[in-house]
Design a protein around this ligand. Structure first.
Ligand SMILES: CC(=O)SCCNC(=O)CCNC(=O)[C@H](O)C(C)(C)COP(=O)(O)OP(=O)(O)OC[C@H]1O[C@@H](n2cnc3c(N)ncnc32)[C@H](O)[C@@H]1OP(=O)(O)O
Ligand SMILES: O=CC(=O)O
Ligand SMILES: [Mg+2]
Length: 560
């Protein structure tokens, strides 16, 4: 087996990419690459069946697991009992230092939705985590002022990339390897023992899981990783984001598969909305969602999902964690800041009243707000896992848009285009979380925007103002927004917006609905040696970006 590092070696990358660490990751990939490929194929097969009319339902073959009241998940790991506020941020040095000083119980260091997965971001994120775990994270600003993390920092939970992505800068026998295993493996190899010695442990958030079989794969990865490093089984803790529609039907099963390592479920609402759109993109009008800002946590199908999540977690002794509010309390706008704080407070109080044990925030300025809101329900208690909730949620409740306001507007189209272009122009430049119009935008929120454009186009949806959504209309709006966004004439900015337009056109306007914009964007714009920077990508390039075996001709998510 030959392992090759294809990415540029920046300063300190050698700390992470040691021969032993790379061999560890290659061993994991060698053991699990086949199953990962099969599970990605199973995703595509299921997506095709749903597109063709198959209804989603709870699985008959796992009924025993759901109905068996006797099993629970492992006790919370050290440092994970109190999770009232989890601050999420990209794993940069500056954000890491701020997160460590934020007063949150958890720092969720994100290599996923909030990180544009360039080689430089991925490995420098590992360098920053390496330092953070050892209490050595510091950051020097432009004025030469050095800030350090604090002595008693939050528990770190790391979020690796999802199963659908590969890491092209590390090749085993010429083949790129799973991005999930690179992120998980490097972090675990370097830090597991130090974390345990420090009184915590190797903890993970698992993103975009679509089935309990994918959770089983993660569990098997954990077992092998712990074995290889001589760490006791059951040391790892994983919280699974329930952020795909299909996973919402398998919450019990996902916890069961990971039960020795599971510590909770999280309502990853943005990807969940995206997943809803993607799953039903080619079904009838009854599944077409309205403007992005009209879908909230109190929209009936969203409410059903969170009720089921809380009830499932508490039945199994797991933490139920709320998702991130996207409002951004920017310091530039005092009124906007007050509105954002009030909105976060109302949202977190509602979550706590619904039974959640804690929640994500995406900005340090709202940590206190989140803690106060949870305190109104929890008082001195660190969580409410012992409070059982009954959720009488049916399969229909999880998918039906009955009672949902369904209006689509030209402004909704324009906002989706503008937000996607602005976000993608930053993403190709290496920034994966961006404040736009006082909202936090990341890969998940922008997936909603582009998938809505695709769905509305596919359905020729009627806008409140009269016209239908057509390709001509979308192209016109894109041109208008591009003219507006590139008006400075700056060459670098224009090039980034051209790249953004290319990605948006590819993933929102084509007949084919790609599973994720990140696959295409990554191979085209983020790799150290990008795949054919000029000229159109061929269907083979696209398949490669989505890791679809050439023989299947399948799409990832929805067959066109
Ligand atoms: C769908 C999902 O998955 S959500 C989870 C993934 N998303 C995220 O993690 C996004 C996290 N949030 C962010 O990245 C940022 O808050 C942004 C990009 C939205 C806004 O950042 P900024 O424009 O820098 O905001 P702002 O200027 O108000 O920040 C004030 C300070 O707080 C810091 N800060 C802002 N957000 C965070 C954060 N999440 N964690 C740590 N520090 C932060 C900034 O670095 C800045 O520091 P400075 O004063 O030393 O310059
Ligand atoms: O990862 C979180 C989400 O909302 O998506
Ligand atoms: Mg997500």
């Amino acid at each position: 087996m030959t392992t090759t590092i294809r990415g540029t070696m920046h300063p300190r990358f050698e700390t992470i990419l040691t021969p032993e660490a790379v061999a560890f990751v290659a061993a994991l990939d060698g053991a699990f690459a086949g199953r990962r490929a099969e599970l990605l194929q199973a995703r595509r097969d299921r997506a095709r069946r749903i597109s063709a009319g198959e209804d989603l339902d709870f699985l008959p073959e796992t009924k025993n697991i759901r109905n068996d009241p006797s099993w629970t998940v492992a006790a919370p790991g050290p440092g994970l009992t109190d999770r009232r506020c989890e601050l999420v941020s990209p794993a940069t040095r500056k954000m890491g230092v701020h997160a460590q000083r934020s007063g949150a119980q958890v720092w969720l260091a994100d290599l996923e939705d909030a990180t544009a997965p360039s080689w430089s971001n991925v490995i420098s994120g590992q360098v920053n985590l390496y330092d953070a775990v050892r209490g050595q994270l510091e950051y020097t600003d432009e004025d030469g002022v050095t800030e350090q993390g604090q002595l008693n920092p939050p528990t770190i939970i790391m979020r690796p990339r999802g199963w659908h992505l590969c890491e092209k800068h590390i090749a085993v026998d010429g083949r790129p390897i799973s991005a999930s295993l690179v992120d998980f493996g490097l972090y675990f190899f370097h830090n597991a023992k130090a974390l345990i010695e420090g009184g915590a442990g190797p903890y993970f958030y698992l993103p975009k899981v679509e089935s309990h079989l994918e959770a089983r794969l993660w569990n098997d990865v954990f077992v092998m990783a712990q074995d290889l490093l001589g760490i006791p089984q059951g040391t790892i803790r994983a919280t699974v984001l329930i952020e795909t529609l299909t996973a919402a039907f398998e919450m019990d099963e996902i916890l069961y598969e990971l039960r020795e390592h599971a510590s909770g479920l999280n309502a990853g609402r943005w990807d969940y909305i995206f997943s809803y759109i993607r799953t039903f993109a080619q079904r009838g009008d009854e599944f077409v969602l309205p403007d992005r800002d009209r879908v909230t946590m109190t929209t009936p199908f969203m409410r059903s999902y969170t009720q089921l999540l809380v009830a499932t977690c508490h039945k199994r002794g797991a933490h139920a964690i709320g998702g991130p509010a996207a409002v951004n309390p920017t310091r530039q706008d005092e009124d906007g800041r007050h509105r954002a704080l009030a909105q976060v407070r109302a949202e977190k109080e509602r979550e706590a009243a619904e039974g959640f044990d804690g929640s994500w925030v995406a900005h340090p300025a709202v940590v206190e707000t989140c803690l106060t809101a949870y305190a109104t329900v929890l008082g001195d208690r660190s969580c409410q896992r012992d409070v059982r909730r009954i959720a009488d949620v049916t399969a229909r409740d999880l998918v039906s848009l009955e009672g949902t306001q369904r209006t689509i507007t030209l402004q909704g189209v324009r906002t989706n285009v503008s937000v996607a272009l602005r976000y993608l122009a930053s993403w190709v430049d290496g920034t994966g979380a961006v404040a736009i119009d006082n909202l936090m935008e990341d890969a998940a929120t922008v997936e909603i925007s582009r998938a809505q454009l695709w769905q509305w186009l596919h359905h020729r949806s009627q806008l409140a103002e009269g016209p239908q959504v057509t390709k001509d209309l979308l192209e016109r709006v894109i041109e208008e927004e591009m003219a507006h966004l590139t008006r400075s004439g700056d060459a670098g900015e224009t090039a980034r917006y051209e790249a953004a337009r290319d990605i948006l056109t590819q993933v929102a306007l084509d007949d084919y609905l790609p599973g994720f914009f990140t696959n295409y964007g990554y191979v085209r714009y983020l790799t150290d040696r990008p795949l054919r920077m000029k000229g159109a990508l061929t269907p083979d390039d696209l398949r490669q970006s989505e890791q679809v075996p050439a023989t299947t001709g399948a799409t990832n998510g929805s067959a066109a």
